[in-house]
Design a protein around this ligand. Structure first.
Ligand code: SF4
Length: 284
């Protein structure tokens, strides 16, 4: 039995007719990013490492062989990737769904492209980590992030009901007043989903995920769907980096180069061995 992607609800459900080895994949198109988040687990930076246009069709072929139904496009900052339009067309032609996660720190033309192409994504995920400008900009390491993100969110909700806010749970937001203010921002923009993420704890960061979730649980929330992402869920995600290396998040020392036939065969073998471990009804 395999998993089938329900793109409306953005969940995977068991389906005995499905047999794909890797229904879902997080794809880092580029390592380029203008921000400096302390909790960043991608190899982001100003260095322009990105997938090559001449490899697009090869990637799609591998995805079809693996049974990928949905890719979560991320980075770095994916809107900085020049050929996103072409890539989205190829994914769509191949009947592979996509979500995109952005911090909105991109040029106006790139943000405009996203607004005009929102229908290409089953979810547009905006990274907002605090309800206050100074706090969010400080967490993301760049002034102006908050204003850009809120401006994009306001424009997107006018044309799409598939906008989600992702929030990395840090000490800065772990009190009731701040979370109440955060919730007010989400409801004032009529956003339908709010996802709380437990960061990989490093550099002396305090783990406040359970505290944040328990405060949110006690709040009177009706019109916004709350999604929680503890480490143990996303640590099992499969990731494809811009250099063609594929790995499961919790096994970063065990990478497969999809441009190597031998390593691809090893990947298929490992996936066939693991098959059947997926959860049903899981939001991604
Ligand atoms: S926006 Fe994303 S890729 Fe860029 S530094 Fe922050 S977490 Fe890393």
């Amino acid at each position: 039995m395999g998993l089938r992607y329900d793109h409306v609800n953005n969940i995977f459900i068991y389906d005995e007719k499905m047999s794909g080895l890797m229904p879902n994949l997080m794809w880092h198109l580029t390592s380029e990013c203008n921000l400096h988040c302390s909790f960043c687990f991608s190899k982001s930076g100003s260095q322009r490492k990105r997938i090559r246009i001449e490899d697009f069709k090869y990637y799609i072929k591998i995805f079809k062989n693996l049974g990928v139904q949905k890719v979560d496009i991320s980075g770095g900052e994916p809107l900085l990737f020049d050929n996103l339009d072409l890539l989205c067309s190829l994914l769509s032609e191949s009947k592979i769904f996509a979500t995109i996660t952005t911090s909105a720190f991109a040029d106006d033309s790139q943000l405009e492209w996203l607004i005009n192409n929102e229908k290409r994504f089953s979810r547009i995920i905006l990274s907002l980590d605090a309800p206050y400008e100074d706090m969010h900009d400080s967490i993301r390491g760049q002034k102006g992030c908050f204003k850009k993100l809120l401006s994009l969110a306001k424009q997107l909700v006018l044309v799409s009901d598939r906008v989600r806010i992702n929030t990395v749970c840090t000490d800065a937001i772990s009190d009731k007043d701040t979370l109440n203010d955060f919730f007010s921002i989400i409801t004032s923009m009529s956003l339908r989903e709010w996802c709380l993420i437990q960061p990989l704890i490093s550099n002396g960061m305090k783990d406040v995920f359970d505290t944040v979730v328990s405060i949110i649980d006690q709040m009177d929330i009706t019109k916004v769907k709350i999604i929680t992402r503890p480490n143990n869920i996303y640590s099992e995600y499969w990731v494809l980096e811009e250099d063609g290396m594929m790995f499961q998040r919790n096994q970063e020392n065990n990478k497969y180069n999809i441009f190597s036939e031998n390593q691809l065969q090893d990947l298929y073998k490992a996936l066939r061995t693991d098959k059947g471990d997926e959860n049903d009804g899981t939001e991604h």
